[in-house]
Design a protein around this ligand. Structure first.
Ligand code: C2E
Ligand code: CA
Ligand code: CA
Length: 444
């Protein structure tokens, strides 16, 4: 081994910024990849071969460890941006895949602050206890928390407090489902409601979902929250459907209630089973319910989502893709999913009247929905002009503050009982239509 180290270590990915970091690199037996004290630009996955991790002290060299195929090395310096605490030499011809510091940092930036803080603590502790830290790294450790780590610390304390509060909210039944009307634009009749969660926090009052759903997703509590939502749907939907049946002139007989689920719900809990048990318990017809799942969520794990959605669809539920147009979906994925409804994101609806480009996007989505035989719901309709423009473009259903804000169950019951279809009608009377059959044979 002595004498094999080249004059310049070859930390392969570092000196060549244009190189594709995911490309494997070869390292001949005996070559030094990097030395102690070097700035770390990459960690490495070993596809084949074997490396030794070494330190030179007092003219001698000690091997601290060896890594072989399927293992990772060099990760510490890229995580904390401090100099390498040891060098690495190939003991055999190696094929390595570099994992760039920039790639890691990009992922860490999007990670939960609790994860980032733990990682930072772990690395700091590890460096502290490395008994053989050499002069190259001595004194280079930050004396106190960096501003970024301080921000993570504060965010972590807040996230843990929120997680505690959410657990309490579940235990003490502090959530409520509000209902927002969905209207058939041509006739003005009430077609359904979307159930939207609210949190009655005793300290903060009514908290909107944007303030706690992300934390619930990060902590995994979303699964328990969705189970609560499904139970609550079972409780509040029968009286709503009943109220609708009393007013057939202004409420569609196929009145539905949709509710939101996440990718995590589909992956981690038996959503179809939970819904099935709730339907059996309550006697709600499956066609009266619709799952809403965002387009970006669907794209996270299309295959995983497809299986659960197929079971729900087979049981008779509608499946709506939420926030459509914002999630970069692949149309081939969409065609594989048992979708019955596309919800046009409110960003396009809001900009539609002023921006011809947004209007064309809305038109394109509506045409796509028609081509694949699913219903379209335009979200975020705030004024009559938008509602009429959408009706003229052939959009079947609309939802937004124009027709009604999300409201407590008692108000939704009253709204269903006294719905005024004429007031909300956006098309000529001859377009009146009591609900059409979708391509999938269900009420959409
Ligand atoms: P979303 O599913 O896209 O729901 C529509 C959101 O747009 C609701 O906000 C609704 O109040 C709001 N909205 C409706 N009409 C208008 C309008 O005309 N103008 C404007 N500016 N906004 C309008 P909300 O209730 O705050 O919910 C926000 C998001 O939180 C929902 O977006 C959904 O992604 C999520 N969410 C709500 N309830 C649940 C739930 O039970 N489970 C899960 N996983 N997510 C939920
Ligand atoms: Ca939704
Ligand atoms: Ca939406």
């Amino acid at each position: 081994m002595p004498g094999l180290a080249p004059a310049f270590p070859v930390d392969v990915a570092a000196p060549r910024p244009m190189q594709d970091l995911s490309e494997p690199v070869t390292l001949p037996a005996g070559a030094v990849l990097f030395e102690e004290g070097a700035i770390g630009h990459s960690a490495y996955l070993i596809l084949s071969g074997r490396i030794a991790i070494f330190q030179r002290r007092d003219g001698g060299e000690s091997v601290l460890g060896r890594r072989g195929a399927g293992e990772l090395f060099g990760e510490m310096a890229i995580l904390d941006a401090l100099p390498r605490s040891a060098g690495v030499r190939a003991e055999e011809d190696c094929v390595l895949v570099p994992v760039g510091a920039a790639q890691i940092r990009q992922r860490l930036a999007g990670a939960d602050p609790i994860l980032r803080l733990c990682l930072e603590g772990l690395i700091a502790r590890f460096r502290e206890t490395l008994p053989r830290l050499g002069p190259a790294v001595a004194g280079s450790r930050p004396a106190a928390l960096s501003p970024a780590a301080r921000a993570d610390f504060d965010a972590t304390v807040a996230a843990l407090a929120q997680e505690r509060a959410l657990r309490r909210a579940l235990a003490q039944d502090e959530f409520a489902l509000f209902l927002q009307p969905i209207v058939r634009l041509a006739t003005g009749r009430l077609a359904g409601f979307e159930a939207l969660i609210r949190w009655h926090d005793p300290e903060r009052g009514l908290v909107p979902p944007a303030a706690f759903i992300p934390a619930a997703e990060a902590s995994g509590l979303i699964v328990a929250i969705t189970a609560w939502v499904i139970g609550e749907i079972g409780r509040i939907v029968p009286p709503i459907l009943q109220a609708g049946l009393q007013a057939p002139a202004s409420v569609e007989t196929s009145l539905f209630v949709s509710f939101n689920v996440t990718a995590q719900d589909l992956a981690r809990s038996d959503i179809p089973g939970l819904i099935d048990a709730m339907l059996r318990r309550t006697g709600i017809a499956p066609g009266a319910l619709k799952l809403e799942i965002t387009e970006s969520t669907l794209m996270q794990d299309p295959a995983g989502a497809a299986a659960a959605l197929a079971r729900c669809r087979a049981a008779g539920l509608g499946i709506a893709v939420d926030d459509f147009g914002t999630g970069y979906s692949s149309l081939s994925h969409l065609s594989a999913l048992p979708i019955t409804t596309l919800k046009v994101d409110r960003a396009f609806v809001r900009a539609m009247l002023a921006e011809p480009r947004d209007r064309r996007i809305v038109q394109t989505i509506l045409r796509l929905a028609e081509e694949i035989g699913v219903a379209a719901v335009a979200e975020g309709i705030e004024g009559r002009a938008e509602a009429e423009a959408l009706a003229a473009m052939g959009c079947a259903l609309g939802q937004g503050y124009h027709f009604g804000r999300p409201m407590p169950q008692a108000d939704a019951l009253a709204a269903a009982a006294a719905w005024d279809a004429l007031r909300w009608r956006c098309g000529p009377a001859e377009l009146a239509d009591s609900g059409r059959q979708g391509a999938h044979g269900a009420r959409i």
